[in-house]
Ligand binder design. Structure first.
Ligand SMILES: Cc1cc2nc3c(=O)[nH]c(=O)nc-3n(C[C@H](O)[C@H](O)[C@H](O)COP(=O)(O)OP(=O)(O)OC[C@H]3O[C@@H](n4cnc5c(N)ncnc54)[C@H](O)[C@@H]3O)c2cc1C
Length: 275
């Protein structure tokens, strides 16, 4: 979401997209939708295509708790489980903590409202899939699109293409073994993971998904924020010092993304709020 909006802001500043240079966004996940809404709010004609029949397909049927700032420590906003945080750039979609399907439902309503209001600049087409490699020539991008139902293929030419197809399918099999998929409902936070006796657990991989599963198993579903609060409640000084250091680090990061220091974020260098 942050990367996609930063990309649109940069592409717009660089003149790659404008009122006369349209954009094709591939994938109606949270990145693609955020990018498309931001571009359209700047008057850039935007077509968003999605191969499934709903937006936010990944989160739409998952009861998994999602949390946008869980891994942002040491940024000062990490204690606020929502984006945009009070110290960050505004975003086209708000991202609160909650069950994935509920968050997705809220996003879907916002997208529908936005497309109804801005139908002259934004169009969303479902069951349309980008196939093959787009070809860039003479300042345009030629893409091949397949209608998922009829299997018909056709070409589209745009000034700019933003590929937001996500990470794709998870592969979690080792021989005959397969674990839970990240978005699947699981019982990782239950006692003994919901099994009759205590299992031995292997978490393979060290990315945010693995870290989240580890924390949910070890702390019975408690979030890092809850754990942090519990440990540091009595230690105000430590907390304040941590805030100071993290504030500086975060400010540097924000400066790199927005080109401005926090507080000046509403300027033209930051993605503006969509109408
Ligand atoms: C293991 C794991 C753990 C994660 N943990 C977290 C977490 O704790 N918190 C968090 O916020 N996020 C987490 N994520 C990441 C989460 O998937 C992303 O935050 C979010 O879904 C990324 O959004 P996206 O729009 O980039 O991609 P996606 O949500 O994957 O959206 C991409 C969209 O593109 C569509 N698409 C794909 N190919 C085509 C095509 N050829 N043509 C048209 N459409 C296409 C797909 O159908 C999909 O709707 C995790 C992901 C994984 C895999």
């Amino acid at each position: 979401m942050l990367r996609a909006t930063a990309l649109v802001a940069r592409a717009s500043r660089a003149g790659l997209i404008s009122h006369s240079k349209n954009m094709l966004v591939v994938g109606a996940g949270v990145a693609g939708v955020s990018a498309a809404m931001l571009a359209a709010s700047q008057g850039i004609r935007t077509l968003l295509i999605e191969k499934e029949d709903v937006p936010f397909f990944r989160q739409a049927s998952s009861q998994r708790e999602i949390d946008p700032t869980e891994f942002d420590w040491p940024a000062p906003h990490w204690m606020e489980p929502s984006i945009p945080a009070s110290d960050s750039c505004p975003m086209p979609l708000p991202f609160p903590r909650g069950p994935a399907a509920e968050v997705a439902q809220g996003w879907r309503k916002l997208l529908r409202k936005f497309t109804d209001k801005n139908s002259e600049v934004i169009q969303v087409q479902f069951l349309k899939e980008l196939v093959g490699l787009p070809v860039s020539e003479n300042g345009t991008v030629r893409s091949r699109i397949r209608d998922v139902e009829s299997r018909d293929e056709y070409e589209r030419t745009n000034s700019f293409l933003l590929d937001c197809r996500g990470a794709g399918e998870e592969r979690i099999s080792i021989g005959d073994f397969s674990g839970f998929q990240f978005w699947e409902d699981d019982r990782l936070a239950d006692r003994n993971l919901g099994l009759s006796s205590a299992p031995r657990v292997l978490i393979s991989g060290g990315s945010d998904g693995a870290l989240q599963d580890f924390l949910r198993i070890v702390f019975a579903g408690k979030t890092p924020r809850e754990i942090y609060r519990r440990f540091f409640r009595a230690s105000e000084v430590l907390h304040r010092n941590a805030g100071l250091v993290s504030g500086r680090l975060y400010e540097t990061g924000l400066h790199m993304v927005c080109g401005r220091r926090p507080g000046l974020c509403e300027s033209e260098t930051c993605p503006p709020r969509p109408c």
